[in-house]
Design a binder for this molecule. Structure first.
Ligand code: TMP
Length: 226
């Protein structure tokens, strides 16, 4: 019996998933701000496990075929799901920074068939809520570059070409996310162009409502509650 809640945060690079998922955890665990009795487990994909580390290197490398990447992400997720399930059974709120929908959005944008991705991820747990942080690739990349203090590199021609390629590929990823959000009732789309505080406010509003009503993964009507 699963008395926890499985929350996923998704979005393209630079959408602020990392910050938002950590802030959500702080809010949920701060007894002065929110009186949830659930413990919270924060996690991410790729994981810190052996296949996750291998994947991070493979992504830097950039020479691994998308179909192979999809298989590796699914392999990493098998271990991850076991861990998540355990925490949910203990009644925890699990917050995952990326999950299955990253495979559909990213590997899907690289030409891998969506049905096949679903097939190799058949074992995956379905989350209770996916907060999809929607942002344009331009805004997302701007945030990444300003963080790395390397925006001037756009003067360089080769780098400018790389930038445009990245915009183009993230555009395809975003399109896939928007389609997923449209198809799945448990997706909550948040406008991530807004300030961090506003984005966090929108996430907390939904979470607060669910917790107040005492909803957990066991409640069949949870998805319609969103
Ligand atoms: P991040 O740590 O910035 O979120 O980066 C992880 C990268 O991994 C990001 O570029 C998206 C990519 N990714 C996939 O392509 N497929 C997946 O299934 C997952 C989980 C991540």
């Amino acid at each position: 019996m699963n008395k926890g809640l499985f929350i996923v945060i998704e979005g393209i690079d630079g959408s602020g998933k990392g910050t938002q998922s950590k802030r959500l955890k702080s809010w949920l665990t701060d007894k002065n701000k929110h009186a949830t009795t659930h413990s919270v487990f924060h996690t991410m994909e790729p994981t810190g496990g052996k296949i996750g580390v291998l994947l991070r290197n493979a992504l830097k490398d950039g020479t691994i075929a998308p179909k192979i990447l999809a298989l590796l992400f699914a392999a990493d997720r098998i271990e991850h799901c076991k861990e998540i399930e355990q925490h949910l059974e203990e009644g925890k709120i699990v917050i995952s920074d990326r999950y299955l929908y990253s495979s559909i959005a990213y590997q899907g944008s690289q030409g891998v068939d969506k049905e096949w991705i679903m097939e190799i991820n058949k074992f995956s747990l379905i989350p209770d809520i996916v907060f999809y942080l929607d942002i344009t690739p331009e805004s997302g990349l701007k945030r990444i570059f300003s963080r790395a203090k390397s925006y001037e590199h756009l003067k360089n021609e080769q780098k400018e070409r790389d930038y445009l390629e990245k915009i183009d590929s993230l555009e395809k990823v975003r399109k896939n996310y928007l389609k997923l959000a449209d198809e799945n009732p448990f997706f909550v789309t948040i406008n991530a162009e807004k300030t961090r505080k506003e984005v966090q406010g929108s996430i907390r509003k939904v979470m607060g409502r669910l917790l107040k009503a005492g909803k957990t993964s066991n409640d069949k009507d949870l998805r319609y509650f969103l």
